[in-house]
Design a protein around this ligand. Structure first.
Ligand code: ATP
Ligand code: MG
Length: 391
């Protein structure tokens, strides 16, 4: 009997041992599988952190402002450019885009993008900003991680392009304006040459000299136009030379002698014969004093006087055109250097002005490191004075 009991015990032991070892094997397999899962998870997490880091690098190096918005139009993410552009608070996540940006137009674009699943683009003007901003905005629909509709908004500063366009427009306007004065002088002298066939040799030579100088001025203008066509319209490059002021001013006076005589206005030059030469671009200076003399003659009635003058105080040259004409009311005086500004629009149109002359004068004075100022007594006369550094 005892051997039977021993046998049963042995069987039970073997069964138990087999179960136990099976169990243990299963457990090891489990443990291994868990380890594998853990490792897989870690790899995934690393990949994800890498992707996130890459995304962050991309977003933070973008010049464009980027906002990720959900369908309730609250901001989920803003890249540094967007944070800076809209001066976002640190706690911007989860706040409404309208509240953060205060731009109903952008809010409307997000509504449209989410509702219609269509990208929309617009220009956003922020004139109250210092400096004023113009942004190109693009809002595109997308889905977030859980498949919910969302939107991506991009903001690009296009102010620079706009300013370039403006410079170009201004330049074209200036050039066409500048074409008019020499053409009028041309016409005057050509007519005179035709009307007086037996003109003395000396006078003829003078007329041809005027025509020659203005041909060169026109050529210079056309060259400027070519520069513009090459999109290098930033600032007409200066070609400074030593200018002998007495000769220079007599030349200008000679250009206008005929017109002054016809109008009954005395034109005189008041420049010390021994004044030091001026270091400046002669063609630009000619543009300046042609404009100023043109104005002085235009606004001075019969019997008046127009004087071109210059002096040197050591550190700066003063160059002026003064007249005994109608003068400018003090309320208008601060504005006359603005583009297209004319005191009497109706009257000036009869005289043919567009109000660009003085803005060109100011532009050229500043390009030479100087400035221009106006002094006037209404009914008595006007002086426009250039201050240029003595280089
Ligand atoms: P444009 O020079 O373009 O032909 P414009 O002479 O009217 O036109 P500006 O030279 O820029 O334009 O002058 C602006 C305005 O300033 C003139 O319209 C005029 O009202 C006033 N002004 C300029 N110079 C004088 C002056 N010497 N006497 C009186 N008013 C002047
Ligand atoms: Mg003018």
């Amino acid at each position: 009997m005892s051997w039977f009991l021993g046998f049963l015990l042995l069987v039970a032991l073997v069964a138990w041992w087999r179960r136990e070892s099976q169990h243990r094997r299963r457990e090891t397999a489990h443990a291994r599988r868990a380890q594998d899962l853990l490792r897989e998870h870690e790899v995934l997490r690393n990949q994800r952190t890498l992707a996130e880091a890459n995304l962050e690098i991309i977003l933070s190096s973008m010049q464009e402002g980027v906002l990720v918005l959900d369908k309730r139009r609250t901001v989920r993410l803003a890249n540094p450019a967007a944070q800076k552009l809209f001066n976002l608070p640190e706690e911007y996540t989860g706040r409404a885009v309208l509240e953060l940006l205060r731009e109903p137009a952008v809010d409307g674009m997000v509504i449209a993008a989410v509702a219609k699943s269509e990208a929309c683009e617009a220009e956003l003007n922020l004139p109250a900003r210092r400096p004023p901003l113009v942004l190109a905005v693009r809002v595109a629909p997308m889905r977030d991680a859980s498949g919910e509709p969302a939107a991506l908004a991009m903001f690009r500063d296009i102010g620079h392009t706009k300013r370039l366009e403006e410079v170009r427009r201004e330049f074209v306007a200036n050039v066409s304006h500048e074409l008019r004065t020499p053409l009028a002088i041309f016409q005057g002298y050509v007519e005179q040459l035709m009307d007086v066939p037996d003109m003395p040799r000396k006078e003829q030579a003078e007329a041809f000299d005027v025509l020659d100088r203005h041909t060169r001025r026109l050529t210079a203008l056309v060259e400027d136009l070519l520069v513009l066509a090459r999109m290098e319209s930033r600032e007409g490059e200066l070609l400074p030379e030593e200018i002998a002021l007495p000769d220079f001013f007599s030349g200008i006076a000679r250009d206008f002698a005929l017109r002054a005589k016809k109008k009954g206005v005395t034109l005189s030059v008041d420049v010390p014969a021994d004044i030091a030469p001026l270091h400046a671009d002669p063609l630009r200076m000619e543009q300046v004093f042609t404009n100023l003399t043109d104005n002085a003659l235009k606004f001075t009635p019969v019997g008046g006087t127009v004087t071109l003058g210059a002096s040197l105080t050591g550190k700066e040259f003063l160059l002026w055109v003064s007249d005994t004409g109608q003068g400018i009311l003090s309320s208008h005086l601060p504005h006359i250097f603005e583009r297209f500004y004319r005191v009497d629009k109706g009257r000036s149109r009869d005289v043919g002005g567009t109000g660009l002359g003085l803005s060109i004068v100011k532009h050229i004075a500043r390009a030479h490191g100087g400035d221009v100022e106006a002094e006037s007594t209404f009914g008595k006369g006007t002086t426009i004075r250039l201050r240029l550094p003595n280089l």
